[in-house]
Design a protein around this ligand. Structure first.
Ligand SMILES: Nc1ncnc2c1ncn2[C@@H]1O[C@H](COP(=O)(O)OP(=O)(O)OP(=O)(O)O)[C@@H](O)[C@H]1O
Length: 379
Protein backbone atom coordinates (compact mmCIF):
# COMPACT_ATOMS: atom_id res chain seq x y z
CA UNK A 1 0.00 0.00 0.00
CA UNK A 2 1.50 3.37 -0.98
CA UNK A 3 1.60 5.99 1.75
CA UNK A 4 -1.33 8.46 1.65
CA UNK A 5 0.70 11.50 2.49
CA UNK A 6 4.36 12.25 1.84
CA UNK A 7 5.21 15.60 3.38
CA UNK A 8 2.82 18.13 1.86
CA UNK A 9 1.98 15.78 -1.03
CA UNK A 10 -1.11 13.59 -1.26
CA UNK A 11 -0.35 10.37 -3.13
CA UNK A 12 -2.88 9.75 -5.91
CA UNK A 13 -1.59 6.66 -7.65
CA UNK A 14 1.55 4.80 -8.60
CA UNK A 15 3.18 5.67 -11.90
CA UNK A 16 5.86 3.04 -11.79
CA UNK A 17 8.74 1.56 -9.90
CA UNK A 18 12.39 1.26 -10.74
CA UNK A 19 15.55 0.01 -9.18
CA UNK A 20 15.74 2.57 -6.42
CA UNK A 21 12.18 3.48 -5.65
CA UNK A 22 8.63 4.16 -6.71
CA UNK A 23 7.19 7.10 -8.60
CA UNK A 24 3.77 8.37 -7.52
CA UNK A 25 1.37 10.83 -9.05
CA UNK A 26 0.78 13.23 -6.18
CA UNK A 27 -1.04 16.42 -5.38
CA UNK A 28 0.79 19.31 -3.81
CA UNK A 29 -1.78 20.31 -1.20
CA UNK A 30 -0.35 23.82 -0.95
CA UNK A 31 -0.76 24.68 -4.62
CA UNK A 32 -3.12 22.00 -5.93
CA UNK A 33 -0.56 21.14 -8.61
CA UNK A 34 -0.21 17.53 -9.69
CA UNK A 35 3.39 16.36 -9.60
CA UNK A 36 5.46 13.19 -9.89
CA UNK A 37 7.07 12.15 -6.62
CA UNK A 38 9.90 9.63 -6.58
CA UNK A 39 10.39 7.98 -3.20
CA UNK A 40 13.80 6.36 -2.97
CA UNK A 41 12.73 3.48 -0.81
CA UNK A 42 15.61 1.27 -1.91
CA UNK A 43 18.07 3.71 -0.41
CA UNK A 44 18.99 3.24 3.22
CA UNK A 45 17.35 5.71 5.56
CA UNK A 46 19.07 9.08 5.67
CA UNK A 47 20.94 10.49 8.56
CA UNK A 48 20.94 14.24 9.16
CA UNK A 49 24.15 14.74 7.19
CA UNK A 50 22.85 12.92 4.13
CA UNK A 51 19.56 14.83 4.33
CA UNK A 52 21.55 18.05 4.24
CA UNK A 53 23.45 16.83 1.23
CA UNK A 54 20.19 15.96 -0.50
CA UNK A 55 19.01 19.52 0.07
CA UNK A 56 22.26 20.84 -1.43
CA UNK A 57 21.94 18.54 -4.41
CA UNK A 58 18.46 19.87 -4.91
CA UNK A 59 19.78 23.41 -5.19
CA UNK A 60 21.79 22.36 -8.26
CA UNK A 61 18.90 20.46 -9.83
CA UNK A 62 16.37 23.22 -9.12
CA UNK A 63 18.49 25.70 -11.08
CA UNK A 64 18.24 23.65 -14.26
CA UNK A 65 15.71 24.88 -16.77
CA UNK A 66 15.60 23.37 -20.24
CA UNK A 67 12.63 22.20 -22.31
CA UNK A 68 14.16 18.71 -22.59
CA UNK A 69 15.12 18.30 -18.96
CA UNK A 70 12.49 17.36 -16.41
CA UNK A 71 11.88 20.13 -13.91
CA UNK A 72 12.73 19.27 -10.31
CA UNK A 73 10.53 21.16 -7.82
CA UNK A 74 11.42 19.88 -4.41
CA UNK A 75 13.22 17.27 -2.38
CA UNK A 76 12.42 15.99 1.07
CA UNK A 77 12.72 13.13 3.47
CA UNK A 78 9.81 10.83 4.35
CA UNK A 79 10.24 8.47 7.27
CA UNK A 80 13.96 8.68 6.70
CA UNK A 81 13.77 8.03 2.95
CA UNK A 82 14.60 10.74 0.45
CA UNK A 83 12.09 11.82 -2.16
CA UNK A 84 12.25 14.02 -5.21
CA UNK A 85 9.32 16.00 -6.56
CA UNK A 86 9.29 16.74 -10.26
CA UNK A 87 7.18 17.81 -13.17
CA UNK A 88 4.57 15.19 -14.06
CA UNK A 89 5.07 14.07 -17.64
CA UNK A 90 1.90 12.84 -19.30
CA UNK A 91 3.59 10.66 -21.81
CA UNK A 92 5.52 7.52 -22.48
CA UNK A 93 9.03 6.30 -22.02
CA UNK A 94 11.08 6.45 -25.21
CA UNK A 95 10.76 2.76 -26.00
CA UNK A 96 6.99 2.76 -25.65
CA UNK A 97 6.71 5.96 -27.63
CA UNK A 98 8.56 4.35 -30.51
CA UNK A 99 6.20 1.38 -30.37
CA UNK A 100 3.26 3.59 -31.29
CA UNK A 101 1.66 2.71 -34.59
CA UNK A 102 0.93 5.14 -37.41
CA UNK A 103 -2.75 5.25 -36.50
CA UNK A 104 -1.88 6.38 -33.00
CA UNK A 105 0.29 9.31 -33.81
CA UNK A 106 1.04 11.30 -36.91
CA UNK A 107 4.43 11.79 -38.47
CA UNK A 108 6.48 13.68 -39.48
CA UNK A 109 6.23 16.13 -36.64
CA UNK A 110 2.88 17.66 -37.41
CA UNK A 111 0.10 18.35 -35.01
CA UNK A 112 -0.92 15.41 -32.96
CA UNK A 113 -4.38 14.24 -33.87
CA UNK A 114 -4.57 10.61 -32.85
CA UNK A 115 -5.72 9.34 -29.50
CA UNK A 116 -3.91 11.00 -26.64
CA UNK A 117 -0.91 9.09 -25.49
CA UNK A 118 -1.57 7.12 -22.38
CA UNK A 119 0.88 5.58 -20.02
CA UNK A 120 1.21 1.85 -20.21
CA UNK A 121 0.64 -0.24 -17.14
CA UNK A 122 3.97 0.23 -15.58
CA UNK A 123 6.52 -2.11 -14.56
CA UNK A 124 8.38 -0.38 -17.20
CA UNK A 125 10.72 -0.77 -19.25
CA UNK A 126 14.36 -1.14 -19.67
CA UNK A 127 15.99 -4.41 -19.88
CA UNK A 128 14.67 -5.38 -16.49
CA UNK A 129 11.36 -6.38 -18.06
CA UNK A 130 11.75 -6.59 -21.82
CA UNK A 131 10.23 -10.01 -21.99
CA UNK A 132 7.24 -8.82 -20.00
CA UNK A 133 6.57 -5.95 -22.36
CA UNK A 134 5.65 -8.30 -25.13
CA UNK A 135 3.41 -10.25 -22.81
CA UNK A 136 1.57 -7.18 -21.70
CA UNK A 137 0.26 -6.48 -25.20
CA UNK A 138 -3.34 -7.40 -24.62
CA UNK A 139 -4.59 -6.45 -28.06
CA UNK A 140 -6.26 -3.29 -26.79
CA UNK A 141 -3.08 -1.35 -26.36
CA UNK A 142 -2.24 1.07 -29.16
CA UNK A 143 1.34 -0.09 -28.94
CA UNK A 144 2.82 -2.95 -30.81
CA UNK A 145 4.93 -4.28 -28.02
CA UNK A 146 5.72 -7.51 -29.79
CA UNK A 147 8.17 -5.61 -31.97
CA UNK A 148 10.38 -5.26 -28.93
CA UNK A 149 10.24 -8.70 -27.46
CA UNK A 150 13.94 -8.63 -27.02
CA UNK A 151 16.30 -10.78 -25.10
CA UNK A 152 16.02 -11.41 -21.41
CA UNK A 153 17.70 -8.89 -19.17
CA UNK A 154 21.37 -9.30 -18.53
CA UNK A 155 21.74 -6.97 -15.64
CA UNK A 156 20.52 -5.94 -12.30
CA UNK A 157 20.38 -2.46 -10.90
CA UNK A 158 22.54 -2.91 -7.87
CA UNK A 159 25.25 -5.05 -6.40
CA UNK A 160 26.95 -5.22 -3.06
CA UNK A 161 30.39 -3.64 -2.97
CA UNK A 162 32.28 -6.89 -2.65
CA UNK A 163 30.73 -8.13 -5.87
CA UNK A 164 31.01 -4.87 -7.81
CA UNK A 165 31.88 -4.89 -11.46
CA UNK A 166 35.63 -4.68 -11.16
CA UNK A 167 35.70 -7.36 -8.52
CA UNK A 168 33.33 -9.56 -10.50
CA UNK A 169 35.50 -9.18 -13.56
CA UNK A 170 38.54 -10.15 -11.61
CA UNK A 171 36.59 -13.15 -10.39
CA UNK A 172 35.65 -14.21 -13.90
CA UNK A 173 37.45 -17.40 -14.75
CA UNK A 174 39.12 -16.21 -17.94
CA UNK A 175 41.78 -13.58 -17.74
CA UNK A 176 40.83 -10.95 -20.31
CA UNK A 177 43.25 -10.64 -23.18
CA UNK A 178 43.71 -6.91 -23.02
CA UNK A 179 46.46 -6.79 -25.62
CA UNK A 180 44.56 -7.81 -28.71
CA UNK A 181 41.90 -5.80 -30.54
CA UNK A 182 38.29 -6.27 -29.37
CA UNK A 183 36.60 -9.33 -30.81
CA UNK A 184 33.55 -8.69 -32.95
CA UNK A 185 30.25 -9.95 -31.53
CA UNK A 186 29.03 -12.63 -33.90
CA UNK A 187 25.31 -12.91 -34.73
CA UNK A 188 23.88 -16.36 -33.84
CA UNK A 189 24.65 -19.13 -36.35
CA UNK A 190 21.70 -20.12 -38.58
CA UNK A 191 19.75 -23.30 -37.74
CA UNK A 192 20.81 -26.44 -39.65
CA UNK A 193 17.32 -27.20 -41.00
CA UNK A 194 16.60 -25.02 -44.10
CA UNK A 195 12.88 -24.83 -43.25
CA UNK A 196 13.63 -23.50 -39.81
CA UNK A 197 16.14 -21.15 -41.41
CA UNK A 198 13.43 -19.80 -43.70
CA UNK A 199 11.02 -19.23 -40.83
CA UNK A 200 13.75 -17.58 -38.80
CA UNK A 201 14.59 -15.31 -41.72
CA UNK A 202 10.94 -14.31 -42.19
CA UNK A 203 10.57 -13.54 -38.49
CA UNK A 204 13.72 -11.46 -38.52
CA UNK A 205 12.57 -9.60 -41.66
CA UNK A 206 9.18 -8.85 -40.12
CA UNK A 207 10.90 -7.63 -37.00
CA UNK A 208 13.29 -5.33 -38.81
CA UNK A 209 10.54 -4.05 -41.15
CA UNK A 210 8.74 -3.03 -38.00
CA UNK A 211 11.84 -1.27 -36.70
CA UNK A 212 12.44 0.50 -40.00
CA UNK A 213 8.96 1.95 -40.45
CA UNK A 214 9.68 5.46 -41.76
CA UNK A 215 7.45 7.17 -39.23
CA UNK A 216 9.13 5.26 -36.41
CA UNK A 217 12.54 6.25 -37.72
CA UNK A 218 11.41 9.87 -37.95
CA UNK A 219 10.34 9.80 -34.32
CA UNK A 220 13.53 8.05 -33.28
CA UNK A 221 15.74 10.64 -34.92
CA UNK A 222 13.73 13.55 -33.61
CA UNK A 223 13.79 12.13 -30.07
CA UNK A 224 17.53 11.48 -30.25
CA UNK A 225 18.18 15.06 -31.32
CA UNK A 226 16.23 16.30 -28.32
CA UNK A 227 18.13 13.96 -26.00
CA UNK A 228 21.34 15.46 -27.39
CA UNK A 229 20.06 18.94 -26.58
CA UNK A 230 19.26 17.86 -23.03
CA UNK A 231 22.65 16.22 -22.60
CA UNK A 232 24.47 19.24 -24.00
CA UNK A 233 22.62 21.34 -21.44
CA UNK A 234 23.33 19.21 -18.38
CA UNK A 235 26.93 18.60 -19.43
CA UNK A 236 27.28 22.35 -19.85
CA UNK A 237 26.28 22.60 -16.19
CA UNK A 238 28.99 20.19 -15.18
CA UNK A 239 26.61 17.26 -14.60
CA UNK A 240 26.96 13.74 -15.92
CA UNK A 241 23.74 11.75 -16.04
CA UNK A 242 25.35 8.34 -15.30
CA UNK A 243 22.17 6.33 -15.73
CA UNK A 244 20.95 7.19 -19.19
CA UNK A 245 18.51 4.55 -20.48
CA UNK A 246 15.17 4.48 -22.29
CA UNK A 247 13.10 4.59 -19.08
CA UNK A 248 14.85 7.81 -18.11
CA UNK A 249 13.72 9.43 -21.33
CA UNK A 250 10.05 10.34 -21.58
CA UNK A 251 8.16 11.84 -24.48
CA UNK A 252 5.00 13.85 -23.93
CA UNK A 253 1.95 14.36 -26.10
CA UNK A 254 3.65 17.17 -28.02
CA UNK A 255 6.60 14.92 -28.79
CA UNK A 256 8.72 16.85 -26.41
CA UNK A 257 11.43 14.71 -24.87
CA UNK A 258 12.34 14.96 -21.18
CA UNK A 259 15.47 13.61 -19.67
CA UNK A 260 14.93 12.42 -16.11
CA UNK A 261 16.88 11.19 -13.11
CA UNK A 262 20.12 12.97 -13.92
CA UNK A 263 22.43 13.30 -10.98
CA UNK A 264 20.50 10.73 -9.00
CA UNK A 265 22.92 7.90 -9.66
CA UNK A 266 25.83 9.99 -8.47
CA UNK A 267 23.95 11.19 -5.44
CA UNK A 268 23.11 7.65 -4.45
CA UNK A 269 26.54 6.30 -5.20
CA UNK A 270 28.47 9.13 -3.56
CA UNK A 271 26.83 9.43 -0.25
CA UNK A 272 28.01 7.13 2.46
CA UNK A 273 24.68 7.69 4.20
CA UNK A 274 22.92 6.31 1.18
CA UNK A 275 25.34 3.68 0.15
CA UNK A 276 26.46 2.28 3.45
CA UNK A 277 25.66 -1.17 2.14
CA UNK A 278 27.96 -0.69 -0.84
CA UNK A 279 25.11 -0.43 -3.30
CA UNK A 280 26.31 0.00 -6.87
CA UNK A 281 23.95 2.33 -8.69
CA UNK A 282 23.28 2.41 -12.40
CA UNK A 283 21.90 0.10 -15.05
CA UNK A 284 24.51 -2.31 -16.26
CA UNK A 285 23.37 -2.68 -19.82
CA UNK A 286 23.92 1.01 -20.52
CA UNK A 287 27.19 1.46 -18.64
CA UNK A 288 30.33 2.55 -20.41
CA UNK A 289 33.61 0.66 -20.01
CA UNK A 290 34.96 3.42 -17.77
CA UNK A 291 31.90 3.25 -15.52
CA UNK A 292 32.29 -0.50 -15.19
CA UNK A 293 35.91 -0.01 -14.24
CA UNK A 294 34.94 2.56 -11.63
CA UNK A 295 36.98 5.28 -13.33
CA UNK A 296 36.10 8.97 -13.11
CA UNK A 297 33.29 9.79 -15.52
CA UNK A 298 32.76 12.67 -17.84
CA UNK A 299 30.14 13.55 -20.43
CA UNK A 300 31.44 10.85 -22.76
CA UNK A 301 30.14 8.14 -20.44
CA UNK A 302 26.62 9.44 -21.15
CA UNK A 303 27.40 9.43 -24.87
CA UNK A 304 28.32 5.75 -24.63
CA UNK A 305 24.96 5.04 -22.92
CA UNK A 306 23.27 6.99 -25.69
CA UNK A 307 25.03 4.67 -28.13
CA UNK A 308 23.61 1.60 -26.38
CA UNK A 309 20.12 3.11 -26.59
CA UNK A 310 20.49 4.03 -30.25
CA UNK A 311 21.92 0.62 -31.12
CA UNK A 312 19.01 -1.16 -29.41
CA UNK A 313 16.41 1.01 -31.02
CA UNK A 314 17.94 0.50 -34.46
CA UNK A 315 18.62 -3.22 -34.27
CA UNK A 316 16.01 -4.44 -31.80
CA UNK A 317 18.62 -5.99 -29.57
CA UNK A 318 21.27 -4.76 -27.17
CA UNK A 319 24.87 -4.46 -28.38
CA UNK A 320 25.94 -6.94 -25.73
CA UNK A 321 23.94 -9.73 -24.31
CA UNK A 322 25.05 -12.07 -21.59
CA UNK A 323 23.60 -14.25 -18.92
CA UNK A 324 25.44 -12.69 -16.02
CA UNK A 325 26.67 -9.21 -15.18
CA UNK A 326 30.30 -10.31 -15.21
CA UNK A 327 29.91 -11.77 -18.72
CA UNK A 328 28.24 -8.56 -19.80
CA UNK A 329 31.06 -6.42 -18.40
CA UNK A 330 33.63 -8.60 -20.06
CA UNK A 331 31.90 -8.05 -23.40
CA UNK A 332 31.58 -4.31 -22.85
CA UNK A 333 35.30 -4.14 -22.17
CA UNK A 334 36.56 -6.51 -24.84
CA UNK A 335 34.07 -7.33 -27.58
CA UNK A 336 32.99 -5.21 -30.55
CA UNK A 337 29.21 -5.16 -31.01
CA UNK A 338 27.89 -6.85 -34.16
CA UNK A 339 27.28 -4.24 -36.86
CA UNK A 340 23.75 -2.83 -36.63
CA UNK A 341 23.42 -3.34 -40.37
CA UNK A 342 24.28 -7.03 -40.05
CA UNK A 343 21.28 -7.45 -37.77
CA UNK A 344 18.98 -5.00 -39.50
CA UNK A 345 19.96 -5.19 -43.16
CA UNK A 346 17.76 -2.27 -44.17
CA UNK A 347 18.60 -0.15 -41.14
CA UNK A 348 19.55 3.49 -41.47
CA UNK A 349 23.31 3.53 -42.27
CA UNK A 350 23.86 7.03 -40.96
CA UNK A 351 22.25 6.34 -37.58
CA UNK A 352 24.06 3.00 -37.41
CA UNK A 353 27.37 4.81 -37.93
CA UNK A 354 26.56 7.22 -35.13
CA UNK A 355 25.64 4.34 -32.78
CA UNK A 356 28.91 2.53 -33.45
CA UNK A 357 31.02 5.60 -32.90
CA UNK A 358 29.22 6.29 -29.62
CA UNK A 359 29.98 2.75 -28.54
CA UNK A 360 33.74 3.02 -28.97
CA UNK A 361 35.57 1.69 -25.97
CA UNK A 362 38.25 4.37 -26.00
CA UNK A 363 36.83 7.66 -24.84
CA UNK A 364 38.84 9.64 -27.37
CA UNK A 365 37.42 7.57 -30.25
CA UNK A 366 33.83 8.51 -29.41
CA UNK A 367 32.11 11.74 -30.22
CA UNK A 368 33.39 14.12 -27.59
CA UNK A 369 30.28 16.20 -26.97
CA UNK A 370 26.52 15.89 -27.28
CA UNK A 371 26.66 18.79 -29.75
CA UNK A 372 28.85 16.68 -32.05
CA UNK A 373 26.36 13.84 -31.84
CA UNK A 374 23.55 16.25 -32.65
CA UNK A 375 25.43 17.43 -35.75
CA UNK A 376 26.08 13.85 -36.86
CA UNK A 377 22.44 12.86 -36.39
CA UNK A 378 21.16 15.94 -38.16
CA UNK A 379 23.38 15.49 -41.24
N1 LIG B 1 8.16 12.78 -13.88
C1 LIG B 1 7.44 11.71 -14.26
N2 LIG B 1 6.24 11.87 -14.83
C2 LIG B 1 5.53 10.79 -15.20
N3 LIG B 1 5.93 9.51 -15.06
C3 LIG B 1 7.12 9.30 -14.49
C4 LIG B 1 7.93 10.38 -14.05
N4 LIG B 1 9.07 9.84 -13.53
C5 LIG B 1 8.94 8.52 -13.64
N5 LIG B 1 7.78 8.18 -14.21
C6 LIG B 1 7.31 6.84 -14.50
O1 LIG B 1 7.65 5.98 -13.45
C7 LIG B 1 8.42 4.88 -13.96
C8 LIG B 1 9.40 4.46 -12.93
O2 LIG B 1 10.36 5.46 -12.82
P1 LIG B 1 11.69 5.21 -12.03
O3 LIG B 1 12.56 6.40 -12.28
O4 LIG B 1 11.40 4.84 -10.62
O5 LIG B 1 12.22 3.89 -12.68
P2 LIG B 1 13.21 3.55 -13.81
O6 LIG B 1 13.69 4.77 -14.51
O7 LIG B 1 12.57 2.49 -14.62
O8 LIG B 1 14.37 2.87 -13.01
P3 LIG B 1 15.50 3.52 -12.11
O9 LIG B 1 14.95 3.68 -10.75
O10 LIG B 1 16.52 2.48 -12.17
O11 LIG B 1 15.91 4.80 -12.75
C9 LIG B 1 9.05 5.39 -15.24
O12 LIG B 1 9.33 4.37 -16.12
C10 LIG B 1 8.00 6.33 -15.77
O13 LIG B 1 7.09 5.62 -16.54
Amino acid sequence: MPPKLIGPYRVMDTLGSGGVGTVYRALDRRTNDTVALKLLSAAPALDARAALRLAREYETLAELAHPNVVKVFDVGVFQGYPYLVMELIEGLTLRHYLDLRGSDIHSPSGSYSGPRLRALPLDDDDSDSWGEEADSDDGESPFNLAAFSEEEPSEDISLQAGTGPVRALADAADEPDTDGPPEPQVPAAPHADPKVQLVERRIQEARTDELNRPERMGRLKDAMLQVCEALAYIHGHGLVHRDLKPSNIMVDEDRQVRLMDFGLAKFLADDAGLTGDGRFVGTFRYMSPEQILGEPLDARADLYSLGVILYELLSGRPPFDAKTPSQLWQQVLEVEPAPVLAINLKGDPQLARVAHRLLRKELDDRYQTAEEVYEALAE
